[in-house]
Design a protein around this ligand. Structure first.
Ligand SMILES: Nc1nc2c(ncn2[C@@H]2O[C@H](COP(=O)(O)OP(=O)(O)OP(=O)(O)O)[C@@H](O)[C@H]2O)c(=O)[nH]1
Length: 609
């Protein structure tokens, strides 16, 4: 057996022998779990009997002097809380010893609680100490008369112990009570240790959000131990680089701490940090300092943790073989897994394939147990704690989203209104511009197509219209009429009554004729007193009726204070689109000439040539 292994076994045995509830050496190491339970029950009976006997002996003749040094339960309790906050394991052990040796047995209920709490606390760090009885007693205690701080202290201790024992649901139930019923009722100076305890449990079940929320405010805590514990746990919790550096800066002040478990934890963080930075030498220094301190304090459980870590991070200088000396059954599942993984590495290195395979199976089972516990814890936590937090968060988020949505909706509404106003304004402006432009275009078109004096179509426009009608007639095979009219002896009107009177006659002729023709027909001024009438979809014979109506409509015109008698002559032809419009007009002109020649005031028609 290598000297290191021997030394480790001896160390473990020394620690066991020191314990108040020590089991005989042969019963603790290398026995099965079943045997351990049986032995444990027998030992508890023995110990209880022993204690009763000792208590009776103590109480008989010497109870008075001992009672003299016995402090009040509240004072012991205050000291215990202080010592657990600073993680001073020696002080807790001394306190427990002091109560047992100074106070009269049997201890009263409150003193018994303090001793039980101390026993539980010690057992968290010392492998050999079983605190199941203390746990059972404390769990059945009635704390209704105690203050919140006192009750919280016992519950957090019970929660930590339950978790260590794998009683996850119990641990979480207690944590639930702590966070929901007690944490909010505590004074800030009282709540720090409770926040730390709850955060430790939440860290174990990877409920990191809660850990950050609980511990971040403690980084400014006036008490060094509180600040340090928060920084240490936060260092392990996923967080931003800035927060990590803040935690590390606090942990680096570890030298200010007395030789306590807290210092061990700080050194462990620094060793891990150095290893992460590849500064192996410094990492090993920190770690060996931590191991020495854990040994000095008798914190076997912490010592094992550190040795496992040494084997994992600095394998060259901390051979894993030294760890196998520890009784496996005394380790918790995580420690057992880490140890098994070390052994697998060793077996693989030595090419002991069969052994490696068996160990691998064991590791798988262990991991399964750990994962199952964690998932159970998370499941439980999610129902009991996370769900509440999530619901609250969801409600807040919902409210924020609703507010945002309302704001956005309002903004959109304003944008829509503005857009609508702009659109309406724009549309109105465009419409106005369009209308104006259209009117201008219409105006210019009308100007371009209208005779200035008489306001009927001018020569160009009536010719264009005639061509359109001709083309349409050809297409639809419909006849149309081209008629050319000329006022008789118009020159004499001008000569007799003046040019203005002549203009009046021209205007009256145009307007009155325009009223007589159909909507689809057009009248245009062809020359001075000459007019072209285009009658669409019309047989030539229909022009007779028009001529007669025109004669009676135009017969008298008032101009220059006189009633003038006006007659006109007209020549008309029918077309079907087969001949050019010019030819039809020329034909109509020829017939007009004929009408003039025949004595005027008459219509001459013929079919188109
Ligand atoms: N007041 C006025 N007279 C015009 C206008 N345009 C042409 N005239 C006149 O119209 C007259 C036309 O006369 P003529 O061509 O000799 O024909 P007429 O006197 O009507 O005789 P017949 O056509 O043969 O019956 C001329 O005296 C022109 O000066 C006009 O816009 N206003």
């Amino acid at each position: 057996m290598p000297p290191e292994t021997k030394a480790d076994i001896q160390h473990v045995l020394r620690s066991i022998n020191k314990s108040r509830f020590a089991f005989p050496r042969s019963m603790v190491i290398f026995i099965t779990r079943k045997q351990r339970v049986k032995q444990h029950q027998e030992n508890v009976t023995l110990i209880t009997r022993g204690l009763l006997l000792a208590g009776l002996l103590c109480c008989l003749p010497v109870s008075q002097p001992l009672a003299k040094d016995c402090l009040s339960a509240s004072e012991y309790q205050r000291q215990l809380i202080d010592n657990t906050t600073t993680q001073d394991l020696h002080a807790v052990e001394a306190l427990s010893q002091s109560i047992l040796s100074s106070c009269p047995a049997p201890l009263d209920n409150r003193l018994g609680r303090v001793v039980d709490a101390a026993t539980i606390y010690i057992s968290l760090f010392k492998l050999q100490t079983d605190a199941n009885d203390a746990q059972a007693r404390l769990l059945t205690q009635d704390f209704s008369q105690s203050g919140v701080a006192e009750q919280a202290f016992y519950y957090q201790l019970l929660a930590s112990y339950s978790l260590r024992q794998g009683q996850t649901k119990q641990a979480l139930s207690l944590t639930h009570l702590l966070t929901n019923d007690m944490l909010k009722n505590l004074e800030p100076q009282e709540s720090a240790s409770l926040q730390l305890a709850v955060a430790t449990i939440h860290f174990d079940i990877e409920f990191y959000q809660s850990v950050r929320e609980l511990l971040s405010p403690l980084l400014d805590h006036p008490q060094q131990a509180v600040k340090m514990r928060a920084a240490i746990l936060l260092w392990y919790t996923p967080q931003s680089q800035q927060q990590l550096n803040q935690s590390l800066a606090i942990v680096r002040q570890y030298q200010q701490l007395p030789d306590t478990l807290l210092k061990v934890s700080a050194l462990e963080v620094l060793a891990r940090d150095a290893s992460a930075r590849n500064n192996l030498q410094q990492g090993e220094q920190y770690l060996s300092e931590a191991i020495s301190l854990a040994q000095k304090l008798g914190a076997t459980s912490r010592e094992i943790d550190l040795k496992l870590m040494a084997a994992e991070l600095f394998a060259s200088t901390s051979p894993q073989t030294s760890l196998i000396t520890v009784p496996v059954t005394a380790l918790n599942s995580s420690q057992q897994l880490a140890l098994t993984e070390q052994e697998i590495a060793s077996a693989t290195q030595q090419q002991q394939w069969q052994r490696a395979s068996i160990l691998h199976e064991q590791a798988l089972k262990l991991r399964e147990i750990i994962d199952k516990n964690k998932s159970l814890a998370r499941e439980y936590a999610s129902f009991e704690l996370v769900e509440q937090a999530r619901q609250l968060e969801q409600a807040q988020q919902q409210a924020r989203l609703q507010a945002l949505a309302a704001e956005k909706q309002e903004q959109q509404r304003l944008i829509y209104i503005l857009a609508l106003i702009c659109a309406v304004l724009g549309l109105t402006m465009v419409s106005l511009l369009f209308i104006k432009k259209r009117r201008a275009a219409d105006h210019f078109e009308k100007l371009a197509n209208t005779d200035g004096l008489t306001q009927v179509l001018n020569r160009r426009a009536i010719q264009h219209f005639a061509e359109q009608v001709s083309a349409n007639s050809k297409l639809r095979k419909q006849p149309f009429v081209v008629a050319l009219a000329d006022i008789d002896h118009f020159k004499s009107v001008n000569d007799t009554y003046g040019h203005d009177a002549g203009d009046v006659v021209l205007t009256e002729f145009a307007q009155r004729t325009n009223k007589l023709i159909r909507q689809q027909d057009r009248l245009g001024r062809w020359g001075g007193e000459e007019w072209l009438i285009i009658m669409t979809n019309t047989e030539l014979k229909a022009v007779n009726a028009l001529f007669t109506r025109m004669q009676s409509a135009i017969r008298t015109v008032s101009a220059a204070g006189h009633e003038l008698t006006i007659t006109f002559s007209m020549g008309a032809v029918a077309g079907d689109g087969s001949e050019p419009v010019e030819a039809l007009i020329q034909a109509a002109d020829a017939l007009l000439y004929k009408a003039k020649h025949n004595g005027r005031n008459q219509l001459v028609t013929t079919v188109a040539p």
